[in-house]
Design a protein around this ligand. Structure first.
Ligand SMILES: Cc1ncc(COP(=O)(O)O)c(C=O)c1O
Length: 377
């Protein structure tokens, strides 16, 4: 049993096969359709679909105007790509601590790290729960900063009745197989500003100012490279898969929430397994179900529980080793252990339990019973 898993049915397969038999394997009509559906679902004006969540972050940081020497504030608890997209543009990720109970970026710590070189705040909706956007928006407005949401965990999440794509200036998604929907590999950025969407569409296609279709319609071979860029395109058959998956996302999030409630109820009593706090004004999309392991009589800590559960075929995982503990960031950014105490303390005890829509109630009960037996024995 893995900690996360994709779900593919016959309608997904048919959608992909249709495109494979069509004229457009890449950057065709399914791309436009997928981008439209995604923008509507996530609640933004425009979506730009790209080859991964990592390239989506690169596009968003580029659209934010990050250039060499700029600082971008990122939380310690996240995947490496959140920081790497800033470094790729010559910027400096400034790693700040997280709230101990939610592991979301600590807005007090963000404020302390704002300098004259700060260009953007890159918040992470860790596990699927939105950050404190009232505070983040106030800080961004006060200091004229661009606000990016790394929502790779949070498609379908909401904050105070706003969809996840309506909270930041640019919102980034991943469609890796463990995420809410998959395109194999893939990602997207949702923005309201059409200029930003244009900038990112160029960036995903070598900085070229017009696409193949428009050149062909205009009967011209002429194009110009108007800015930097890469090949971050998403194929049409991947977009067809994404469109087909998007139809099921609400049902899948409902299932993720039901699994989370079952875990919540089971662990409430134990005192040995503490789920993360979920704030009242937020809809959690539960990409991950993360607990803090306080230990029991036999299994004393997270490390022991991790091995014992893996031994029983339960694919638990750890998300994440804080950024300031990685050698590359220590060398490149001068960060060190001790700098983010809440993140580091959480890391010692955290464990991600399996959660994915195809998990049956019996699967969930097996995880709960196995953990209960191990900690109570
Ligand atoms: C928080 C976060 N940001 C970015 C990424 C990168 O996404 P991708 O794997 O699609 O490149 C991930 C992937 O796991 C992630 O968890």
């Amino acid at each position: 049993m893995p900690y996360g898993r994709h779900q593919i049915d016959q309608s997904d397969i048919d959608a992909v096969v249709d495109v494979l038999k069509s004229d457009w394997l890449t950057t065709g009509p399914k791309l436009t359709e997928f981008e439209g559906a995604l923008a509507r679902y996530a609640g933004g004006g425009h979506a730009v679909a790209v080859s991964s969540g990592t390239s989506a972050l690169h596009c968003a940081a580029y659209a934010a105007g990050v250039t060499p020497g700029d600082e971008v504030i990122v939380p310690a608890i996240t995947f490496a790509a959140t920081a790497n997209c800033v470094i790729a543009l010559g910027g400096k990720p400034v790693i700040v601590d997280v709230e101990p109970d939610t592991l979301l970026i600590d807005t007090g710590s963000v404020e302390k790290h704002i300098t004259s070189r700060t260009k953007a705040i890159l918040a992470v909706e860790y596990a699927g729960q939105p950050c404190d956007y009232a505070a983040l928006r106030a800080l961004a407005d006060k200091h004229h900063l661009f606000l990016i949401s790394d929502s790779c965990h949070a498609l379908g999440a909401r904050y105070e009745n706003k969809s996840i794509g309506q909270l930041a200036d640019a919102t980034v998604f991943s469609f890796h197989p463990v995420k809410h929907i998959t395109t194999g590999e893939g990602g997207a950025i949702v923005v309201d500003d059409p200029e930003l969407a244009l900038r990112m569409r160029r960036f995903r296609n070598h900085g070229i100012d017009s696409d193949l279709h428009r050149r062909s319609d205009a009967g011209t071979w002429f194009y110009e490279v108007a800015g930097p860029g890469f090949n971050y395109r998403l194929t049409d058959f991947q977009c067809a898969l994404g469109l087909s998956q998007l139809k099921k996302v609400e049902q899948w999030i409902g299932r993720r929430q039901a699994i989370a409630r079952r875990y919540d109820l089971a662990f409430q009593q134990t005192g040995a397994i503490l789920p993360l706090t979920v704030k009242e004004n937020r809809r959690h999309a539960y990409h991950l179900y993360v607990v803090q392991v306080k230990g029991g009589r036999d299994v004393k800590n997270r490390a022991e529980l991790f091995l014992a559960l893996r031994d029983k075929g339960i694919g638990v995982n750890v998300h994440y080793i804080p950024l300031n503990m990685h050698p590359y960031y220590q060398r490149h950014l001068g960060v060190r252990i001790g700098q983010c105490p809440a993140a580091e303390a959480a890391y010692e005890n955290m464990l991600s339990l399996p959660i994915f829509p195809a998990m049956s109630d019996a699967d969930v009960d097996y995880v709960i019973e196995t953990i209960s037996r191990l900690i109570e024995r």
